[in-house]
Design a protein around this ligand. Structure first.
Ligand code: GLN
Length: 479
């Protein structure tokens, strides 16, 4: 079900060089949808007619009038509004919801002449790391369909890895772009919080949510980021920060002088092959001339607890609008409004979502607020302080993306392993920092990814470092 990396790479380069027309690129991606998506189930909604028509329209344009993402066939995660396409955040409560508008990021992609192919599957409202907790059912990993694709942007990662899209948008709250990218063997970048407008994103935990990009090709990743970045009057938290030329950065391999990394003891939670793969990646940096040294980092277990508490607290507030009255499918129309509320939410929301709403509401309620919510906020401040010091002189931090391989579809995680998967990725989220997941070979036949994280607004440095890392390896997809 996988489209081999060299082939994905060849298509991306051909489109960029103008050797592939928009129509051919879209047809190639749609052919892969037909061949592979019955098994992978990356998409929950497709728009082949509109995509085809758009591609023909683009091909008719004179070359001088073509946008920077000319003809790029893209998939969009199910919580990013696409006008007219069912955008349900993987939830039953939003089934049949077709937004009457495009999210700002989608609007910008279209203005740059990318082509939207469809909407991808995800864990309900972004809550998960496997893309199994979706009203639509699970997405499978195109590398091996016995395994999950990672989550929550698993549909986006699987669409790209199977060749059913050239690139995709995802969202990353605590690791949801980086983890599926790592499990599917592609790139995934989470930009600095505020770099990309969240207008049109269904909020999970607003102080962490950020749109990110998944791709087989680092230059495409840079080009997409350059297009979607920038202030937006419709999102007051989007930052008015100049965007450097990210595509140029991705095309200019450059290793930083030093890289910092977590201590060996922190790697004990990894399974043996992942640990070996991580240390081999660190050695690749060293052998390429980078100084790699360990730095003190926040206590991962404490940071993880703070993340979950805050994310659930924000979710309990954000999701309160899905009640069958203001938003979402209505159940129990007879009787008092209270019954409508209860029945709509009981039927419309999945177990994991309900569990988190209860946890979050408890953490915010009187009597618990100081002991839970405020304490978690204080922990976040401390984590940010430690990260500031670790990255103080502009260094990049090397971490595993997650604690091990994707799980088997047939073998659900037991608590607390479900949440432990986010142990490393939540650091960038708590810090509001940019981080990129980079393919770093294989571990027991499944893709392995490493994460580089940097200070705020350091995406260009991350892309250049990722490009340089690629050149150090013998088996990386960009070759
Ligand atoms: N797995 C994490 C969670 O469930 C992160 C998910 C995400 O980034 N959307 O909260």
């Amino acid at each position: 079900m996988l489209l081999p990396a060299p082939e994905r790479q060849r298509r991306a380069a051909a489109l960029r060089a103008g050797r592939l027309s928009a129509k051919e690129a879209v047809a190639a991606a749609l052919a892969r949808v037909r061949e592979a998506d019955g098994g992978v189930r990356a998409y929950t909604a497709l728009d082949p007619e509109r995509a085809g028509a758009r591609a023909r329209e683009l091909d008719a344009r004179p070359p001088a009038e073509r946008g920077s993402l000319f003809g790029l066939p893209m998939a969009i995660k199910g919580n990013i509004a696409v006008k007219g396409l069912e955008t349900t955040s993987g939830s039953r409560i939003l089934r049949r919801y077709r937004p009457p508008f495009d999210a700002t990021a989608v609007e910008r992609l279209r203005e740059a002449d990318a082509v939207v192919l469809g909407i991808t599957n995800m864990d309900e409202f972004g809550m998960g790391a496997t893309t199994t907790k979706s009203w639509f059912g699970a997405t499978r990993n195109p590398v091996d369909p016995e395994f999950v694709a990672g989550g929550s942007s698993g549909g986006s990662a699987a669409a790209v890895a199977s060749g059913a899209a050239f690139a995709a948008l995802g969202t990353d709250t605590g690791g949801s772009v980086r983890q599926p990218a790592a499990h599917c063997g592609i790139f995934g970048i989470r930009p600095t919080w505020g770099r990309v407008s969240r207008f049109g994103v269904t909020a999970y935990a607003s102080s962490f949510d950020q749109i990110g990009c998944l791709s087989v090709d680092l230059i495409d990743c840079g080009r997409i980021l350059g297009v979607i970045a920038g202030a937006d009057p419709r999102d007051a938290t989007s930052a008015d920060q100049p965007a450097p030329d990210f595509a140029a950065a991705a095309a200019s391999p450059k290793l930083p002088h030093t890289i910092v990394r977590c201590a060996d003891a922190e790697l004990d939670i990894l399974d043996a092959p992942s640990r070996t793969a991580f240390l081999a990646a660190a050695r690749r940096f060293e052998e390429a001339g980078c100084q790699v040294r360990e730095v003190p980092l926040p206590r991962f277990s404490v940071a993880l607890a703070a993340y979950y508490l805050l994310a659930c607290a924000e979710a309990s507030s954000n999701l309160s609008r899905f009640d069958g009255i203001r938003y979402g499918e209505r159940k129990g129309t007879e009787g008092p409004l209270r019954a409508t509320y209860r029945e709509s939410r009981s039927a419309g929301l999945g177990r994991e979502v309900k569990k988190r709403i209860i946890l979050g509401t408890t953490a915010l309620s009187r009597g618990y607020r100081d002991a839970a919510y405020h304490r978690a906020l204080a922990t976040r401040d401390r984590v940010r302080g430690v990260l500031d010091r670790a990255l103080g002189t502009g260094e990049l931090l090397l971490l595993p993306v997650t604690i091990g391989p994707p799980r088997r579809l047939a073998k659900p995680d037991v608590f607390p392993l479900t949440y432990q998967r986010d142990r490393f990725s939540i650091l960038a989220s708590l810090g509001g920092l940019p981080a990129i997941s980079i393919p770093a070979g294989e571990r027991s036949g499944l893709p392995f990814g490493i994460e580089l994280m940097g200070p705020p607004w350091s995406e260009a440095a991350l892309l250049s470092a990722a490009a340089a890392f690629q050149l150090t390896g013998a088996q990386t997809p960009n070759e």
